[in-house]
Design a protein around this ligand. Structure first.
Ligand SMILES: Cc1cc2nc3c(=O)[nH]c(=O)nc-3n(C[C@H](O)[C@H](O)[C@H](O)COP(=O)(O)OP(=O)(O)OC[C@H]3O[C@@H](n4cnc5c(N)ncnc54)[C@H](O)[C@@H]3O)c2cc1C
Length: 386
């Protein structure tokens, strides 16, 4: 879809392209793709963006952000995804950073924000627990005040990259009040504190990004409490709104579809290009049309945002449709890979391996960031008034 930008916006796009061409090197792409070098390489990517001043599009300029307009953010993201460069890790820049900016004390801002921008600390998100996922307010990890510390006991689950993390932003129960949301607090926990144990969870794709984290009498200084005790639910919710805005992944889906179309032009089936198969062509066209509609929806949300309106129920719609389309693309990739995609482990076939990995991990897209069923409930209430 051709989008008409203003002259200034076009100039910005040229600037973004020039920077990405120089900063997103094939060598870095290779290191990010390999499990062993991923942690250092993703931090290196963040450092390159930081040095250009572009690591935190949504932060105010005075705090090291770039104060981009929603359209500039859209342009950057389209250009980034078109060449396959990753987003920065969300936990610091997109999640805890905005919470500290809005609700943190001056000391907390001075201590944590510069390190988040430079990627010096790796953050993880300690929200979910066994028995508290969609129903997050059911969380049970306790923090009891003892002088100038909290003593934390309990466990978190599905904690992405806890094994690399220096810090966790964590929801804990500080009061067993009648309304469950009222007794929750937002703590910053040093992952090197005595009493923390991390247990890996290997997911269906064979990868280790998820973990369980156990807390056994972990001492956390009261200075690491964000805002007021028992008011953490408010801060936690503001973070979730940020989490859902960029979740449609339109740019990345467009790149994948372009790759599939290219591959289908080269691959043959019974002597003819796969792309000439009417059934295959129709499936691909369906996805492309839906993707175009999703992009239009995203642009509409962008237009609202440029008038100063925050993300509303449309972010739920973007999440639902975006993740469904990601899964439709992964399904098509698996069908194209055929038996190569079915091999668990290395099939010796690059596309087959990629199809299997992205299909397997892709199952999670309709679960994380608030499951699609929950997003449908939100939409039913906020849009349909049910
Ligand atoms: C890859 C991945 C990474 C993650 N990373 C993190 C992380 O870093 N930190 C973190 O804190 N959490 C993380 N999570 C956890 C994620 O936030 C939860 O999995 C999610 O909130 C769902 O919770 P649950 O798994 O407990 O499922 P449940 O809440 O038990 O839901 C099970 C099923 O029931 C449905 N359901 C539940 N309630 C309703 C309802 N009211 N109406 C209709 N349907 C309903 C759900 O949609 C789902 O299909 C991650 C999850 C995944 C898959």
């Amino acid at each position: 879809m051709d989008i008409r930008f203003s002259e200034e916006e076009n100039a910005f796009r040229t600037e973004v392209r020039a920077f990405l061409q120089q900063a997103w090197t094939p060598e870095l792409a290779k290191r990010i793709d390999a499990d062993a070098s991923y942690p250092q390489a993703i931090v290196e990517w963040q450092r390159r963006l930081f040095e250009r001043g572009w690591v935190a599009p949504g932060w105010p300029r005075a705090q090291g952000g770039c104060d981009w307009t929603p359209t500039q953010r859209f342009i950057y993201d389209s250009e980034r995804s078109a060449i396959g460069a990753p987003e920065v890790l969300p936990f610091g820049i997109k999640m805890v950073g905005p919470v500290i900016l809005k609700y943190g004390s001056d000391e907390q801002k001075a201590r944590f924000l510069p390190r988040i921008l430079r990627g010096q600390d790796w953050w993880c998100q300690g929200y979910s627990e066994p028995g508290a996922g969609s129903d997050l307010a059911a969380l049970k990890t306790r923090a009891e005040r003892a002088g100038d510390h909290y003593i934390v006991n309990g466990s978190k689950i599905w904690t992405t990259y806890a094994q690399y993390a220096d810090w966790m932003f964590c929801l804990v129960r500080t009061e067993a009040s009648a309304r469950r949301q009222d007794g929750i607090s937002f703590l910053l926990i040093d992952m090197k504190s005595p009493g923390i144990r991390i247990s890996p969870i290997v997911s269906i794709d064979g990868e280790h990004s998820l973990n369980e984290v156990f807390f056994d009498n972990v001492r956390v200084p009261v200075a690491n409490l964000i805002g007021e005790q028992d008011k953490g639910w408010t801060y936690a919710k503001s973070l979730l709104a940020h989490e859902r805005t960029a979740i449609a992944g339109v740019g990345d889906s467009k790149r994948r579809v372009r790759q599939l179309r290219e591959l289908a032009r080269r691959e043959t089936q019974l002597g003819a290009p796969l792309l000439d198969d009417p059934l295959f062509g129709a499936r691909l066209a369906d996805i492309e049309i839906e993707l175009m509609a999703l992009e239009t929806m995203e642009l509409r949300a962008l237009f609202e945002a440029s008038k100063g309106k925050g993300p509303g129920a449309e972010s739920s719609l973007l999440k639902i449709k975006g993740s469904e389309l990601q899964q439709a693309i992964q399904q098509l990739m698996m069908d194209m890979a055929g038996l190569y995609g079915a091999v668990l482990g290395d099939s010796g076939h690059d596309f087959g391996n990629e199809a299997r990995r992205s299909f397997m991990y892709g199952r999670a897209a309709t679960i994380y960031g608030g499951s699609n069923e929950i997003q449908k409930n939100i939409t039913a209430k906020a849009v349909l008034g049910l």
